[in-house]
Every structure is written in structure tokens, then in C-alpha cells.
Write a protein that binds this ligand. Structure first.
Ligand code: PNS
Length: 185
């Protein structure tokens, strides 16, 4: 019997209740679903790839056909590498459609055997995006019903001024170390 494996690629910065809803729906129609976090060196994310992966792993631990991985490069190439035949993407509103259609058609051009499957999250999540969650959290708004509790906790930690200071200092020190390593080599 043919087994269908799909990837669900995205930035997930941070993962939201909308993402979780889509993962649950995807896990019901695909035999295997790989949530694939893009390692994008160009963007300055709020959460590291490792943090996002950990949050997604905790959120999806109850689904036995869902795994979480990270990838870089082209989505279609990653899909081929892991033997997936479909890409799952969510469409919340008509405003998502144009971008998603463009991406789906480009992916089809690059890899005609790969199908993009669009699913809609529950209406109650249709206004949630990672960008807005970040903005609301950064401005001190309540994000409790927008993301799973473990993500809300991580966001609160990020926004805590004392922790933010420690984190900034750690980041600066890591940057200094990288620069001095580069100079030495
Ligand atoms: O959650 P996002 O940021 O909307 O996800 C976008 C993502 C990761 C699916 C898209 O940027 C992507 O596929 N990037 C990988 C590079 C790639 O394949 N680019 C061509 C896409 S048509």
C-alpha cells in the first residue's frame, strides 16, 4: 500500500496554535508528516532554530506520525531528500492565497512530482500569525490564547528585561568570540 509522506515547511518563529491546528489536521490525512523548520541565515529570528525545534517537538509529542526536523536550501530538494510527495501549507485568508499560490507553482516548476496541499486552520485561529504574536508579546500584550502554554512561557522569558539583558550579553560575547576566531584563522 502506498504511504504518503508530507513535509510542513515554515519559519515557526514562534510556533502558534494555528500551526498546531494544521499539524493535527495534516497528521490525519498523511501517513507521515515532517514539520520542517527553515534555517534561514538572512532573517534575524526571535527564537533560534534549536529553540523552535524544541518547542515544536514538545507541541507534537502526542502525534506518533509527526516528526520535527530542520532544513536549509530549497524546500523541494529537502522534500525529495526525505522521500516526501507532498508539501502541506496553511491558508488562513484570501490574503495568504497569492503568496502561497506563487510558491506552490514555483515549487511545481522546480519539482513537478511534488504536490502542495493547502489546508485551512480552524476559523478561531485565522487571524493568528507568528509576526503578530511576536509584536503583541514584544509590546506586552497577552498572547496566552494564541500560542501553546510552553511557547507563551518562552515568549515571556524572552520579554523579561533582566533575562533579555543576560541574553543580549551572551549573544554579544558569542559574536566577539566568533570575530576573534576569524581573525586568528
Ligand atoms: O512560515 P513561512 O516563513 O511562511 O515559510 C516560508 C517557507 C519556509 C515555506 C519558504 O520561504 C521556503 O520554502 N523557503 C525555502 C527556500 C525555497 O525553497 N524557496 C523557493 C520557494 S518557492
Amino acid at each position: 500500500m502506498k504511504r504518503i509522506k508530507a513535509i510542513y515547511p515554515g519559519s515557526f518563529d514562534p510556533p502558534t496554535n494555528g500551526h498546531l491546528d494544521l499539524i493535527e489536521r495534516g497528521s490525519k490525512i498523511f501517513d507521515e508528516l515532517v514539520v520542517a523548520v527553515l534555517r534561514n541565515l538572512e532573517k534575524a529570528p526571535l527564537f533560534s532554530v534549536a529553540d523552535r525545534r524544541k518547542m515544536l517537538e514538545a507541541m507534537t509529542s502526542g502525534f506518533d506520525n509527526v516528526s520535527v526536523e530542520t532544513f536549509d536550501g530549497l524546500t523541494v530538494e529537502y522534500a525529495m531528500t526525505v522521500g516526501a510527495s507532498a508539501v502541506l501549507r496553511g491558508i488562513r485568508a484570501i490574503s495568504d492565497y497569492e503568496y502561497e499560490l506563487q510558491m506552490a507553482l514555483m515549487n511545481r516548476k522546480l519539482q513537478p512530482s511534488l504536490e502542495t496541499v493547502f489546508m485551512m486552520p480552524a476559523e478561531k485561529y485565522s487571524y493568528i500569525s507568528s509576526r503578530l504574536v511576536r509584536e503583541v508579546a514584544q509590546l506586552g500584550g497577552n498572547i496566552d490564547s494564541l500560542v501553546p502554554e510552553l511557547v507563551a512561557q518562552k515568549l515571556r522569558e524572552k520579554m523579561d528585561p533582566a533575562l533579555k539583558f543576560v541574553e543580549q550579553a551572551e549573544r554579544k560575547s558569542a559574536q566577539r568570540q566568533t570575530r576573534s576566531r576569524k581573525k586568528r584563522s
